[in-house]
Design a protein around this ligand. Structure first.
Ligand SMILES: [Zn+2]
Length: 551
């Protein structure tokens, strides 16, 4: 990383001119600029930027404009892409990770507990020990951990540790005590308290049951939320994101974004999805929040979750799970409830983005959009299914027919590949993570990572979409390699199509005259490097509205 920074310096110094030259014309030339356009990817040799927007693109061989008031920047042949957009991430969760125990990649219960113990010692003032990222599927025995495993690790403080998919939590005895959980506590609708053979809660809570514990964790202050969001925005900008769709925020997080916007501290563009809740219904009834702060913040979509995740078997399936007879997941809304929400959002002009992972969850969501939105509303409100992970084959064409965007996360496929087929079996897997089938059916996709469930680096997503392999190159040929996307298709997912999914295709998502000059300079040519190197591409500089946001 350091040698990279050094080799970039000359280019960096020149381009730093952009940071102060917003008011005048800046010409970046001698670049390899790739941008999606109608008809495919176009290549240019330079960009003319004026007042933070693209004024025009320079064809190879055209004279570089010159004159007084024009700053000329030689990009020295480097590759420029439009700023990447993550269509589904969780900014607060990402920022909080930096302040929590990171359990991702732990290979055993013992290793996870050791990390908790070390963190608890290093953070003696934390009232609760909060952590994130464990995955029992990676552990020997693949058993859920228990409260007993955490005995003595937190010097008497409560601990709450989220599973990698955010759909289950693991807590200790102190947390169970604070929440008053006993064998008499009943499973709430849409949730499960994991119990031992005698009916005693073991310390794991799935989906809606997590709330029994979560409600006892002290809420962060407004300042803490702002700091956390700000840190998350800066960290993803360094990875090449100039925009992110924040997939489920509440009124306080939106207020924090507004406060940051007023202070000109929104370093990237945030497309906010308001999480459905009782409190959110009043906001929905007031109508959408138009774009503010030069298109850096808008909230015109509502996020809802009709099911859980595949790993914890919360995703709703039309038939039983292949590895758990008589179990079809946990529905979080009845058809009537989700239908009511769809009607309400459509009435007030909101886009509705529904999390659906199982084939039953996806079908319920498609049925809801079909029944509750008119054809005109399905055009104008651009409804989305978040994840669209396991889809009955006969439902795939319905996405196109109903104008429903499939908001997918390519790295989920490469993270889930060892588990997914266990859950759904060899037949249903054909409609799982089936991006090629969706595209061929005429479905519009948007690409994201679901950070912090996955790492936020968008080049990991591009790599997974193109190779269907994990970052070690497994399996050879890719997992269900017939579902691979081309590099151009993958790039569209994270640029213009993600912009479309946020009603922003007129202002960002490609480098075209009149659009914001959101772009990144990368250390190698995305279209020319071997596929296996796409995930190694490094971002040298990130620009939002012609202004450098990386150091
Ligand atoms: Zn998510």
């Amino acid at each position: 990383m350091q040698s990279l920074t050094r080799s970039l310096l000359p280019c960096g110094l020149l381009l730093a001119a952009l940071a102060t030259a917003n008011a005048q014309t800046v010409v970046v030339h001698n670049a390899k600029v790739y941008t999606p356009q109608a008809g495919g990817i176009r290549e240019y040799a330079g960009i003319v930027i004026e007042h933070g927007k693209v004024q025009k693109l320079l064809e190879a061989g055209t004279a570089v404009p010159a004159g007084s008031g024009i700053t000329i920047v030689d990009a020295r042949g480097r590759t420029i892409l439009p700023g990447l957009i993550d269509a589904h991430g969780h900014m607060l969760g990402l920022g909080q990770l930096q302040l929590q125990v990171d359990l991702r990649g732990s290979s055993s219960t013992k290793e996870a507990v050791d990390r908790v113990r070390t963190f608890a010692k290093a953070n003696p003032n934390d009232r609760w020990i909060i952590g994130n990222g464990w995955n029992q599927v990676l552990w020997t025995g693949k058993q859920f951990p228990t409260a007993a495993d955490l005995e003595g690790a937190t010097s008497g403080r409560p601990a709450m540790l989220s599973r990698v998919d955010g759909h289950a939590i693991w807590v200790n005895r102190e947390a169970l005590k604070i929440a008053g959980i006993t064998r008499a506590t009943q499973d709430p609708p849409g949730g499960q308290i994991v119990r031992d053979a005698s009916g005693e809660p073991t310390g794991v809570f799935v989906d809606a049951a997590s709330a029994l514990i979560e409600k006892h964790v002290p809420a962060p202050t407004d300042q803490e939320i702002e700091r956390t969001l700000s840190a998350a925005m800066k960290s993803v900008a360094a990875l090449g994101l100039t925009g992110a769709h924040d997939a489920g925020i509440d009124a306080r997080q939106y207020a924090a974004y507004q406060s940051l916007g007023k202070k000109q501290q929104l370093s990237i563009r945030i497309y906010a999805m308001l999480a459905d809740s009782e409190a959110a219904r009043a906001t929905i009834a007031k109508g959408i929040q138009p774009a503010q702060f030069d298109d850096r913040l808008q909230m015109r979509s509502v996020k809802a979750w009709v099911d859980g995740a595949l790993g914890s078997r919360g995703a709703t399936m039309i038939q039983d799970y292949s590895d758990e007879p008589h179990h079809r997941g946990l529905a979080l809304y009845t058809p009537a409830q989700i239908g009511e929400l769809a009607s309400l959002t459509a009435k007030h002009g909101w886009q509705l983005n529904i999390h659906a992972i199982g084939d039953a969850g996806n079908r319920l969501t498609l049925d809801t959009f079909e029944q509750r939105l008119t054809a005109a509303q399905r055009q104008s409100l651009r409804p989305r299914i978040e994840h669209a992970q396991v889809i009955a084959l006969e439902d795939i064409p319905r996405f196109a027919k109903l104008n429903v965007i499939a908001s997918i996360q390519p790295t989920h496929a490469t993270s889930d590949m060892n588990m997914a087929e266990d859950r759904v079996g060899p037949q249903r897997i054909k409609g799982a993570y089936a991006w090629r089938s969706l595209l061929d059916a005429g479905v519009r996709l948007a690409g994201g990572s679901d950070f912090p469930v996955e790492l936020p680096n968008p080049f990991f997503g591009l790599h997974a979409a193109v190779t269907r392999q994990d970052r070690d190159g497994h399996p050879p040929g890719g997992w269900y390699g017939d579902q691979k996307l081309t590099r151009a298709e993958a790039l569209r997912l994270f640029t213009i199509d993600a912009a479309y999914a946020a009603f922003m295709e007129q202002s960002v998502g490609s480098l075209e005259p009149g659009k914001w000059a959101d772009f990144i300079i990368i250390d190698r040519d995305y279209f020319k490097v071997p596929e296996s190197e796409i995930d190694d591409i490094g971002v040298m500089e990130t620009y939002v509205a012609g202004k450098k946001v990386t150091k």
